[in-house]
Design a protein around this ligand. Structure first.
Ligand code: NDP
Length: 407
């Protein structure tokens, strides 16, 4: 049916490539292109020989001309951006220049400012409309599936959603005192920033990790979770009409938090360049280099993730609560695709999002977040490709539990 150019060959891209190859009816041909070509070649060597034709290329995705040349040579129907958030705009520029559909899993963030927001990408709306191409933003799990869950809840169970709590629980254990489950630089920038949530039309800012709750997750158990700002809050606050409050919580263990605090206290999480032995280095990038590569966590991570959304609102004038979530087992993922569940839960929806565009189910010129499309075909595909979801119409609410004392 179509051709996809996949940019990036890290944890998420590796899973997406496995899934594209499994879904060969839609992905007839893929080209894996990244900064380090050997990683693309390794993936090709692992997966070649099936129905999907695989090629590889070297590309610097910060360079629009290089991207345009590659797109003109391979002529994909869609570019799947699975590199880093810093490359979103250059890849969107190249898609515009070549009239090629675009998708990604994380919103743009300038490399020198830890501030991610959709404003830069939403500014491309008119240009994508005029070019007659679709840009699908944030098709990972969170953002991604959490937006699809929201659209599904609104379509099937609510007249009005008033409250959304997104709960991201990783009950996995990799045995290291400190490691991050996806790109350490992106992960640490996200969790060391101030928290923020949206209530009654306003953003309310909190200190990092200031708001803590305890929640008992299905198939994982009781975990401490902390309020963070997360990018889908921005789009869902706009796209879910009548919403009164939306928050995002992520679980962290005590060891992770203690290490993070110490690293912060000594300046290792800073993105301000410093002079070291006659060279400018960025402490956070140096830290990334000494931490375990997230891709290496696969074989040693045991346990499960549980990510989902709790909705409260009204249907036919009556109050409704609805919790929809997915549970994913780290070792099962590793057996299937050689990656842990964090990469898996992002790579599968990335493949599904691209398939939605390629099959024409989600094909509308412009720039869109996932919740702006019909959720039903995406929800069906989640069950089919390894991320089945569970519904609970009588969930324990986040604030029902005991409020944990502040640290
Ligand atoms: P990795 O660091 O494992 O992989 C990133 C890949 O991008 C690497 O192969 C890297 O190449 C490549 N890359 C980086 N810069 C360039 C460049 N300038 N040109 C070409 N290639 C480049 O990251 P992950 O796989 O963990 O994450 C990928 C994306 O997924 C990120 O944007 C992340 O924020 C997002 N994500 C989204 C989630 C969601 O649920 N929505 C959850 C988790 C992640 P090299 O090998 O040379 O370094």
């Amino acid at each position: 049916m179509g051709k996809a150019l996949i940019i990036g060959a890290g944890g998420v891209a590796s899973v997406a490539v496995h899934k594209c190859v499994q879904n060969s009816e839609v992905f007839e041909e893929i080209c894996i292109a990244s900064r380090t070509k050997s990683k693309c070649d390794d993936l090709k060597a692992k997966l070649d020989g099936g129905k999907t034709k695989i090629s590889t290329a070297q590309v610097d995705a910060d360079n629009v001309d290089e991207l345009i040349a590659l797109i003109n040579e391979f002529k994909p129907d869609i570019v799947m951006n699975l590199a880093l958030p810093y490359q979103d705009l250059t890849i969107m520029d190249a898609c515009l220049a070549t009239k090629t559909h675009y998708m990604d899993t994380a919103n743009y963030e300038p490399e020198d400012t830890a501030k991610f927001e959709y404003k830069w990408q939403w500014e491309y709306r008119e240009r994508f409309e005029k070019a007659g191409i679709t840009a699908l933003l944030g098709s990972g799990f969170d953002p991604g599936v959490t937006g699809v869950f929201s659209a599904y809840a609104l379509k099937h169970y609510f007249d009005e959603i008033e409250y959304i709590d997104i709960l991201d629980c990783n009950g996995g254990d990799h045995g290291y005192p400190f490691a991050t489950n996806f790109n350490p630089e992106i992960n640490i920038r996200e969790v060391s920033a101030n928290g923020r949530y949206w209530e009654n039309g306003e953003w309310i800012e909190t200190k990092p990790m200031e708001i803590k709750r305890v929640y008992d997750f299905a198939e994982v158990g009781q975990k401490d979770m902390y309020l963070l700002y997360h990018e889908e809050l921005e789009s869902l606050a706009q796209n879910i009409p009548g919403l009164k409050r939306i928050r995002f919580f992520m679980t962290f263990g005590q060891s992770y938090l203690t290490h993070l605090k110490a690293l912060e206290n000594v300046g290792m999480t800073s993105i301000e360049p410093i002079e070291f032995e006659g060279k400018q280095i960025i402490p956070l990038q140096f830290l990334k280099a000494v931490l375990p590569d997230p891709a290496s966590l696969g074989p040693r991570t045991v346990g499960k993730t549980n990510i989902g959304c709790i909705f409260q609102g009204k249907k036919d004038g009556k109050p409704v609560s609805y919790y929809v979530y997915n549970v994913c087992d780290h070792q099962e993922c590793y057996k299937e695709v050689g990656s842990q569940a964090i990469s898996y839960t992002t790579g599968v929806p990335a493949m599904i999002g691209a398939a939605m565009v390629l099959t024409g189910k989600w094909n509308k010129p412009g720039v869109y977040n996932v919740e702006e499309f019909d959720p039903d075909p995406f929800m069906e595909e989640l069950n089919k490709w390894g991320l089945p979801w569970v519904e609970n119409f009588n969930p324990v609410l986040v604030d029902d539990g005991e409020e944990a004392p502040k640290q």
